[in-house]
Design a binder for this molecule. Structure first.
Ligand SMILES: Cc1cc2nc3c(=O)[nH]c(=O)nc-3n(C[C@H](O)[C@H](O)[C@H](O)COP(=O)(O)OP(=O)(O)OC[C@H]3O[C@@H](n4cnc5c(N)ncnc54)[C@H](O)[C@@H]3O)c2cc1C
Length: 465
């Protein structure tokens, strides 16, 4: 049992990438640090343990990244996906600081995969973690233990007692027992609120009950709610979340990356009535995958079914769950629990509407339908060759956008714009300050790493003063 009568220099709330970067940085600056992670040890690491890469600026090829990826190009990419809902000053600072992040990460034992051939666009922009996010999180925990950071698992921050922007103490639930922690400074790195289905329901209505959460069940936003209720400044749209279409057989929580389904562009996608509802071939998948979570969420019972034939079987990364196969479209529909007659009609109408063209799975090919509503604009070719293959789809929530406002020193800002005296934030809980909408692959880890390090540095400075 830890000695709860002592006063730590820095208390870090959370156990994912952002928390670990803050804790290690503060400890390296000579502070005593307590890190509290709501999850038990076996499930430590939040959504960070599901990640694969970090988007990283670089001015020349490195051992893990090809060519160059400069600030302006990175910024343009961010501007495009956010539609301008970002803060240029904070965003450009984050982008620049990703360069310094790589040596820090390597110093903490994080290892990277050597860059691929250079033909894949992500090998230029994103550094891939060897062993994925789990290996990254384990490396940080090993470093934290080596440095003598106190770590409590199964420990939830319940209430940050704030007086006029100053966190006096933090009430925690330590393995079922209430305790009080005192620290000179506090870093909130407790992620989003996507695992709180009731909170999601307030934005989405009862449909949210059928959403699957791709990451940790421990990101319930308790700290976020607690801070907003005490006058901390809010950023981001409370009703927005990043949602993709995932395999409908995925578990309620923590299915991770392997449940993603990338077959939509080559499919007809029908709802539970066997009817199509959106152009599956509107654009290349990286530009469209993030809208399909929302589209499926708007269908009855929040479920849809992607149907292809054998011609498209090998064109996408397979789901961890086996494909459902049958010799006829009607048989497949029955296996998927759909009305065979309705699906046969939809597929027959689609097939009849396909205009002959040069099919090309790797780019916009103009293979389209004519006279069909909704149309399919690319990769439309008749579904005719057995076996016929189907996958159920459900909305998979990656993260929420609502967060706390921070300044460039990761200091939390109150409603009136004044900085808190001793509260800092990093990671998903403040990401809305930079990412107001949309998503750029690898930017979540960029924000968490950069702001984790700033929060750790500034918390240490604050504690010393
Ligand atoms: C399947 C999947 C794949 C992804 N892939 C990538 C990728 O490749 N690259 C990328 O950049 N981003 C990716 N992301 C997004 C990325 O996971 C997040 O942006 C990033 O992990 C956020 O880090 P964080 O530390 O802020 O939050 P998290 O890693 O979620 O950590 C939050 C932590 O807070 C703890 N916690 C919550 N509430 C409390 C409380 N009250 N008290 C104590 N502890 C609490 C949780 O247990 C958890 O440990 C992916 C997300 C998912 C779901």
């Amino acid at each position: 049992m830890p000695d709860f009568s002592r006063v730590w220099d820095v208390l870090v709330i959370g156990g994912g990438n952002a928390a670990l970067c803050a804790a290690v940085t503060a400890r390296m600056a000579g502070c005593s640090v307590l890190l509290i992670e709501h999850a038990p040890k076996a499930f430590r690491g939040g959504n960070s343990r599901h990640t694969r890469n970090m988007r990283t600026m670089h001015t020349a090829p490195t051992s893990v990244l090809t060519e160059a990826y400069l600030e302006d190009e990175y910024w343009d990419d961010l501007l495009r996906v956010t539609g301008g809902q970002t803060d240029e000053h904070l965003a450009r600072m984050t982008i620049r600081l990703t360069q310094e992040a790589l040596p820090f990460m390597e110093g903490c034992g994080v290892r990277f995969q050597p860059s691929l051939s250079g033909t894949l666009s992500l090998s230029r922009t994103n550094a891939f973690f060897l062993g994925g996010g789990k290996a990254l999180v384990n490396a940080y925990y090993a470093t934290a233990e080596r440095l003598g950071i106190d770590i409590l698992y199964d420990t939830e921050a319940v209430d940050l007692k704030m007086d006029d922007g100053f966190v006096r103490e933090v009430v925690i639930d330590h393995r079922g027992f209430p305790e009080t922690v005192r620290a000179k400074t506090v870093v909130a790195s407790s992620g989003g609120f996507q695992a709180d289905l009731e909170w999601l329901e307030r934005g989405w209505g009862p449909a949210a009950r059928n959403f699957l959460i791709r990451g940790t069940p421990y990101a319930k936003g308790k700290v976020l709610r607690n801070l907003l209720d005490q006058g901390v400044g809010q950023v981001g749209d409370p009703t927005q979340c990043h949602a993709v279409a995932i395999d409908g057989r995925a578990p309620k929580f923590d299915g991770g990356i392997v449940t993603r389904l990338d077959c939509v562009p080559f499919s007809v996608v029908v709802n539970k009535h066997g009817e199509r509802f959106y152009d599956e071939g509107e654009d290349v998948w990286p530009k469209r995958y993030a809208i399909w979570g929302r589209l499926v969420a708007q269908q009855p019972d929040q479920v849809a079914y992607a149907i292809i034939d054998v011609k498209s079987e090998k064109l996408f990364m397979p789901s961890v769950f086996p494909a459902i196969k049958a010799d006829t479209v009607g048989e497949l529909a029955a296996k998927l629990g759909l009305d065979p007659a309705a699906v046969e009609k939809t597929v027959a109408e689609f097939n009849a509407a396909c205009v002959p063209g040069e099919f090309n799975s790797t780019g916009l090919d103009g293979c389209r339908t004519e006279g069909l509503t909704p149309p399919k604009t690319h990769w439309a070719r008749p579904i005719t060759d057995a076996p016929f293959i189907g996958y159920p789809l459900r909305p998979g929530i990656t993260f929420t956008y609502l967060g706390v406002k921070v300044d460039e020193n990761a200091r939390v800002l109150m409603d009136d714009g004044k900085p808190s005296a001793n509260l800092f934030a990093s990671g998903e809980i403040m990401a809305g300050s930079i990412l107001g909408k949309g998503y750029l692959a690898g930017f979540g880890m960029a924000i968490g790493t950069v702001f984790g390090r700033i929060a750790g540095r500034e918390a240490a400075r604050n504690a010393r003063n």
